[in-house]
Design a protein around this ligand. Structure first.
Ligand SMILES: [Zn+2]
Length: 339
């Protein structure tokens, strides 16, 4: 059978076309301390320096063996772009959002007219370009961004869920604003060489907000991003945390190519709940990948593969302290899986 490049293989896998074997990729954050030590690009500097970011992303390929490169490593650059307060990360911890900027429609007005040519958004776009120039012929270039629901929450802060339940006008207004930003940002990533877009929307979770709210406040916005990417022949992968098993049939309507599921999701049930997207996941990043042995990684991988997962990968972001040997084992299990 034809040997595909990793880029062609993932392209085909995400479109349910025939492939020779499973691609070994990761759609969530890939960096670890072992990789940082191997390549010399460390957190927190690698969050804010395009060269270092690209170098550390590359280590996910050269050290862990992932057949793709992916940036960035956190989900705060977008909120930071709109002026939210950020708690800096360190060698092991990612940065987090601690101060929010929009209480009402007036505050939201002030955010309009932003530029993608500034701040960490510009740095991430530059890192995509560096990686694409080096690996674009051979490897998939995965551009990742926070999804509109979680970004709106970052911008709005603690009031977000209350506003959602009381149906405040700021909710759809913020979601429209964030989605327009997401589409523009994703297009810029594609212009710089990204061929796959990972939408990380942790709190748009069925487990947290239920089906009715997901359908109203997340689905149309995810669909807008997926549609815009489809026009460019760019695949989308949607990652949402929590046990989304019973929400998958609704999430599937967004038209994304793949849904990345948490370790709490039962893969067999999950694959039965979708018609369009493939299900990817869902090795436990903490209990198995971080704290387990390579043998336990192999066992967990076999279970997920036997249950019919579309692509074997991690169930959420990789923990920075994860041993390379465990990542390599998961990669090996994916590569050895024949269809
Ligand atoms: Zn997650």
């Amino acid at each position: 059978m034809t040997e595909y490049t990793p880029k062609e293989r993932l392209y085909r896998a995400l479109r349910k076309q025939q492939i020779d074997r499973m691609p070994a990729v990761c759609f969530t954050q890939t960096a670890t301390v072992e990789q940082m030590e191997a390549c010399g690009a460390y957190w927190p500097e690698a969050h804010a320096d395009a060269e270092k970011m690209a170098t550390l992303a590359e280590a996910g390929h050269t050290e862990a063996g992932f057949e793709a490169v992916r940036v960035p490593f956190d989900i705060t650059a977008e909120a930071e772009h709109f002026g939210c307060g950020i708690k800096a990360g360190d060698l092991k911890q990612q940065p987090s959002v601690i101060k929010h900027v929009v209480k009402n429609m007036e505050d939201l007005e002030k955010l309009k007219g932003y530029s993608l040519k500034e701040g960490r958004i510009a740095i991430i776009l530059e890192a995509v370009k560096i990686l694409s120039e080096k690996y674009g012929e051979e490897l998939p270039i995965i551009g990742s961004m926070i999804g509109p629901f979680s970004l709106a929450q970052h911008i709005n802060g603690d009031a977000w869920f209350g506003n959602l339940f009381t149906g405040e006008e700021i909710v759809p207004a913020l979601l429209d604003f964030c989605t327009d930003f997401n589409v523009e940002y994703a297009k810029a990533m594609v212009e710089n060489g990204a061929d796959t877009i990972a939408i990380i929307d942790p709190t748009a979770s069925y487990e947290l907000i239920g089906g009715e709210f997901y359908e109203k406040y997340a689905l149309p916005y995810h669909k807008k991003i997926a549609d815009a990417m489809k026009e460019l022949d760019v695949a989308t992968v949607l990652h949402i945390c929590g046990n989304t098993t019973n929400g998958l049939s609704i999430m599937d309507k967004a038209g994304v190519n793949a849904i990345s599921v948490d370790q709490r999701v039962d893969i067999k049930t999950a694959t039965g709940n979708v018609e369009n997207a493939i299900i990817v996941g869902n090795i436990d990043p903490v209990a198995v990948l971080w704290n387990g042995t390579p043998e336990e990684v192999a066992e967990a991988s076999k279970k997920v593969l036997d249950a019919g997962v579309g692509l074997l990968t991690v169930g959420c972001g990789i923990v920075s302290m994860t041993p390379t040997a465990n990542l390599r084992k998961m990669v090996e299990c994916a590569i050895n899986h024949k269809y």
